[in-house]
Design a protein around this ligand. Structure first.
Ligand SMILES: [Zn+2]
Length: 323
């Protein structure tokens, strides 16, 4: 099975978690050994909070237009090498204004870097759980402004255990009123309650969502509402949600006909690309080409794309997966 050649869709990928080590070394003037230590999470962290410390250095260097453009451009190159045919990349623009860039300049620099003739990459803007209400409102405004201009949706990321989803309900009301599609990190570091809060708003997708496995009612409601899960197995093991790869519920969820998709979360912090994630899935759960095809079709169906483009990508997946 040539997993590298397989056409793949990536829906859950953080820009600041996917900065090339060599680039980080060059831009921060630190040697590569030090960089690896600062940016790659251990195979097993204590929790999500510890995993999130590995983003600090990336955020320090992602404060100028040139660096943002370069980092986004290099990520697109890496995705193309991995045979990704469509991707949605996410980041929190408000984390990148420390050296004086405006939020708009930050978004425009990243959009410029992501622009590519061969690979379509759309952008998701993240609100952060530790941000003030004012800053998250600013992110909503920013998403509105750039919606359909390269930005496709809004997300909520950060330490889910410390800042529970219920605190953000007023923000999701506003997002819904403004007709902005959204996805949200939930059911990762916090359990089913976090997912229950989110389902009320009928999101098209949930980032991770894997802890729905703890409750049948939540599972049913994910199924009934056709919610697609953006699952990142390696990251889930690192943040200690599940003990090891073979304990991960991805196969169970897939067999229950939940709309499962596969992503890597962070290429650098999790030290993995999508092909390697697929390899682990084959090794641990015997997923087949047919399964990957189904999950990539799930991903395209839940992508923030026009029906016309969805049809184009579905054709590529159907044709090339069988080659
Ligand atoms: Zn994530």
């Amino acid at each position: 099975m040539n997993l590298k050649k397989l056409p793949k869709v990536e829906l859950h990928l953080h820009l600041d978690g996917s900065v090339r080590l060599k680039t980080a070394s060059e831009l921060s003037h630190k040697n590569i050994v030090e960089i690896k230590d600062l940016m790659i999470a251990k195979d097993k962290c204590l929790n999500l909070k510890e995993y999130l410390t590995k983003f600090d250095l990336a955020n320090e260097i992602m404060q100028t237009k040139d660096n943002l453009i370069r980092i986004a451009r290099e990520l697109v190159e890496d995705l193309k090498k991995d045979n990704v045919i469509y991707a949605e990349v996410r980041f929190a623009p408000l984390l990148h204004t420390k050296k004086g860039l405006s939020e708009e300049e930050v978004v425009e620099a990243v959009l410029l870097g992501l622009k590519d003739n061969d690979l379509k990459v759309n952008l998701i803007l993240c609100m952060m759980r530790h941000f003030s209400l004012k800053d998250n409102l600013k992110t909503i405004e920013l998403t509105s402004k750039y919606l359909d201009k390269g930005v496709v949706t809004i997300d909520l990321a950060g330490d889910e255990a410390k800042y529970p989803t219920k605190n953000f309900v007023p923000l999701f009301k506003i997002i819904q009123e403004k007709n902005i599609p959204f996805t949200i990190h939930a059911g990762e570091a916090a359990g089913k309650d976090s997912i229950v809060e989110v389902i009320k708003f009928k999101p098209q997708r949930i980032g991770h969502g894997v802890r729905c496995i703890e409750d049948n009612e939540v599972l049913n409601s994910i199924k009934e509402n056709n919610i697609t899960l953006e699952i990142c197995p390696t990251s889930n093991i690192q943040t200690n949600i599940f003990e090891n790869y073979s304990n991960h519920p991805i196969k169970k969820l897939y067999d229950m006909n939940i709309l499962v998709t596969i992503s890597v979360d962070n290429m650098t912090v999790s030290n993995i690309n999508l092909t390697q994630e697929y390899e682990k899935l084959v090794k641990n759960f015997n997923f087949t080409f047919e399964d990957f095809k189904k999950m990539n079709i799930n991903a395209i169906n839940a992508a923030f794309l026009s029906d016309e483009l969805k049809e184009k990508y579905r054709k590529i997946i159907n044709l090339k997966t069988n080659e």
